[in-house]
Design a protein. Structure first.
Length: 256
């Protein structure tokens, strides 16, 4: 795999970053009349939304600050003023995605962590908590996440750069850690065992395929979108497959 391009230098945007080391909040993209002046907050928001679209479409290396400025309808120098460089703007976009995903799955993640810290969890309860975790991940990825989020997340998976750590250290890594622990309890296995971790990842993969291979999934299923009704069909299929994976504990015991 080729190395990811450097993201530390500005591309068409000289000057020091004004957002390094901070999470960049994104307001809804402003809709204003042509004659009404944008506030600084509006300008930042327009740049962030435009940058997300351009980075998702072009990738980090091919995207340019001029493309982003054109997409946003904002002056090119505004990128330097608000973000300092293309690299810092991209980092802000990834941080926004991580924060948004964490907000969606956060309540369920908190409930699962609280249950795990409260004492011993019976295997049947662990199985139900696996279903809860995967249902919330599926809802976040299939109903809440935009195509732009998905493309950026997928690129960071395929060619991880520094921003991959932003994604993994947020809801992604948090949920994976819990899935491994719950899988270990449900299967009565060591959470450090490679087989245990592989099974946890296999269960997560059943959710990811409907997002990362969306076009193929829609073609096979004969759908043109994944709405609430379609989501419930996928949710039932994911639940059935998870039950089959976690039922292997009983099959292994019967064979021994």
């Amino acid at each position: 795999m080729s190395k990811s391009p450097s993201r530390t230098a500005a591309s068409g945007s000289p000057g020091a970053s004004r957002s390094r080391g901070r999470s960049v909040a994104v307001e809804p993209e402003p809709k204003r009349g042509k004659k009404e002046a944008l506030t600084p907050q509006d300008t930042r928001s327009k740049l962030m939304h435009a940058a997300m679209r351009v980075f998702a479409r072009e990738g980090f290396a091919a995207a340019s600050t001029r493309m982003i400025a054109t997409e946003s309808g904002v002056n090119l120098q505004a990128i330097t003023y608000h973000f300092g460089s293309k690299a810092e703007l991209y980092r802000g976009v990834v941080q926004h995605i991580a924060d948004a995903m964490s907000a969606i799955v956060g309540p369920a993640a908190g409930a699962i962590e609280e249950r795990l810290s409260a004492g011993a969890v019976p295997p049947d309860d662990a199985r139900e908590l696996v279903h809860l975790a995967l249902a919330n991940i599926a809802r976040a990825l299939l109903l809440e996440a935009s195509d732009d989020w998905a493309r950026i997340i997928l690129r960071e998976q395929m060619q991880p750069g520094p921003e991959f750590e932003i994604l993994f250290s947020s809801s992604m890594g948090r949920m994976l850690t819990m899935l491994v622990r719950l899988t270990a309890i449900a299967l009565d296995r060591d959470p450090a065992d490679t087989e245990t971790r592989a099974r946890a990842l296999a269960m997560l993969g059943q959710v990811l395929v409907f997002r990362m291979a969306r076009a193929a999934a829609l073609r096979v299923l004969g759908w043109n979108k994944i709405g609430k009704d379609e989501f419930h069909v996928l949710e039932r299929a994911i639940r059935a497959n998870v039950d089959a994976i976690l039922a292997q504990k009983d099959a292994e015991r019967s064979a021994s």
